[in-house]
Design a protein around this ligand. Structure first.
Ligand SMILES: Nc1c(C(=O)O)ncn1[C@@H]1O[C@H](COP(=O)(O)O)[C@@H](O)[C@H]1O
Length: 163
């Protein structure tokens, strides 16, 4: 099965990005985790982006805060789908700096951007992409979605009883 790479600009992003890792591990998808910064480790960014598709990585999740150039720069150099996670870092402008840096990509270089601190959805989206070529993962996603539905149905029942 193909791997998902979860990269982030700093170790300080880890509490947010861990949610993507947890989701992927829950679906038994192999995950590779690393710290890569467009600003601070540009050579590593170049090497990672140019070679990821040769290492059985199928999707890249990239999270960063502030002037979050990491996801877009990875997308500029890699042929793989890139999911961007805007992280609300310390000293951020309420997270808007990160959201807009990741979301507003020029035509031709897409980054699938999730919500602010939305690493959980990034993990689910990556799993769904892997699931298109792996029936085992697809079955687990169907079970996951059924679980979401049942939770709402049970929640509705408990509210109705209280009426
Ligand atoms: N946005 C970027 C990039 C990048 O885009 O390459 N590298 C680090 N950062 C971000 O800087 C914030 C503060 O980092 P520190 O906590 O290390 O000072 C983090 O949210 C990180 O993602």
């Amino acid at each position: 099965m193909g791997k998902v790479a979860v990269i982030m600009g700093s170790t300080s992003d880890m509490p947010v990005m861990q949610e993507a890792i947890d989701i992927l591990e829950g679906f038994d998808i192999p995950v590779e985790v690393d710290i890569v910064s467009a600003h601070r480790t540009p050579e590593k960014l170049f090497d990672f982006s140019k070679n990821a598709h040769e290492r059985n990585i199928k999707v890249i999740i990239a999270g960063a805060g502030g002037a979050a150039h990491l996801p877009g720069m990875v997308a500029s150099m890699s042929p793989l789908p890139v999911i961007g996670v805007p992280v609300k870092s310390r000293n951020s402008i309420d997270g808007w700096d990160s959201v807009l840096s990741i979301l507003q990509m020029p035509g031709g270089v897409p980054v699938a951007t999730v919500a602010l601190d939305g690493a959980k959805n990034a993990g689910i989206l990556a799993a769904q992409i892997i699931g298109t070529a792996d029936k085992c993962v697809m079955d687990k996603i169907l079970v996951y979605k059924e679980g979401l539905k049942q939770k709402v149905i049970e929640g509705a029942k408990s509210v109705q009883k209280k009426k």
